[in-house]
Design a protein around this ligand. Structure first.
Ligand SMILES: [Zn+2]
Length: 324
């Protein structure tokens, strides 16, 4: 089942590829870049349909159905579970490109998470990219461009799947059946990524974590309060990374409230955030943002999450006092 089809079909990346298909100018290889793996995977499935479907990748006709169920002889999805790709996987892809198309005049290969190929596997693939066949197009889905060899990059047409706007993500989630309050919060926190947004919308504890994080900024007044806040669920070992993410977002929204309200990302908490921001100076907020990042780094090294949480809360109070 294709997720987020409407949002993906209106993306710039899809329309660039669609233009190549419609004008008969499909390149021999594409590298499509996005950290949003879920969006990339779905985009590739839609692109496959766009090549063979008579009705603009309708996703509903027999041809589309066969492609989406892996039953079209000329479409191959490789590594669709986004694991590491080995030299053998690339070798079997290359062998397959040597055979003629079976039910059309063009064969398509979609390699998911192609940046998980090691250098040996990429070098293997390079040969095929250097001597392209007219009847073959290879799509590489890449989340980290830096993991790709320059030689491979230079042999592919590079397209970036742009981040999605908050409005697009929110309506895409609603179309997928998520209730509007969780869709809107998820869209505000997803950093433009559909996959991240879906994870957040599916996470039942996210709204609770969000509310508890707001509560910390609202009610943390003196160092005597710190001990009781450390008992909050959102500050326990497991949820602390989520707390840090949400805290960054809230601090940024408070900064927006003080400078340009149009830049507030989470509209649902806008009024609350405006109110809270009166307690903090702009300098205090930018220092707090810095503190959050510093404590996040420690979290990767330190074992004690309590230490990190305590340090952060005391740091927030100190900065708030110093930068009045
Ligand atoms: Zn179709």
């Amino acid at each position: 089942m294709i997720e987020f089809a409407d949002a993906l079909k209106s993306s710039r990346a899809y329309n660039l590829i669609k233009h190549d298909i419609d004008t008969g100018n499909l390149s021999h290889a594409y590298m499509v870049i996005s950290p949003d793996t879920l969006a990339l995977n779905n985009l590739f499935e839609i692109v496959a349909c766009a090549v063979y479907c008579k009705d603009d990748a309708c996703l509903a006709c027999t041809t589309c159905h066969r492609i989406l169920h892996g039953n079209h002889a000329d479409v191959k999805f490789i590594n669709s579970d986004n694991k590491n790709l080995k030299v053998e996987d690339v070798e079997s892809l290359i062998d397959d490109t040597g055979t003629r198309p079976f039910e059309s005049d063009h064969k398509l290969y979609f390699v998911f998470s192609a940046d998980k190929m090691n250098a040996a596997a990429q070098n293997k693939l390079l040969k095929t990219l250097e001597e392209p066949q007219k009847t073959v197009t290879i799509f590489l889905g890449v989340s980290r461009e830096s993991a790709m060899l320059d030689t491979v990059k230079s042999r592919t047409k590079k397209i970036t799947l742009d981040r999605f706007s908050q409005e697009d993500i929110s309506s895409a989630l609603k179309e997928e059946g998520f209730p509007s309050d969780s869709a809107e919060t998820a869209a505000a926190c997803a950093d433009g990524m559909l996959g991240r947004a879906k994870e957040i919308a599916e996470d039942k504890s996210f709204a609770e974590n969000y509310a508890q994080t707001v509560n910390v900024f609202k009610n943390l007044k003196k160092s005597g309060d710190v001990a009781s806040f450390l008992n909050e669920k959102v500050l326990d070992k497991e949820r602390l990374p989520v707390f840090l993410d949400i805290a960054s977002l809230i601090v940024r929204d408070m900064m927006a409230a003080k400078t340009d309200e149009r830049l507030i990302t989470n509209r649902r908490t806008a009024e609350e955030v405006k109110e809270m921001s009166r307690e903090y100076s702009l300098l205090a907020l930018s220092n707090i943002l810095y503190l959050i990042n510093e404590e996040r780094k420690k979290l990767n090294v330190y074992v004690s999450s309590v230490g990190v949480a305590e340090n952060l809360l005391l740091g927030i109070l100190e900065v708030k006092y110093k930068c009045r």
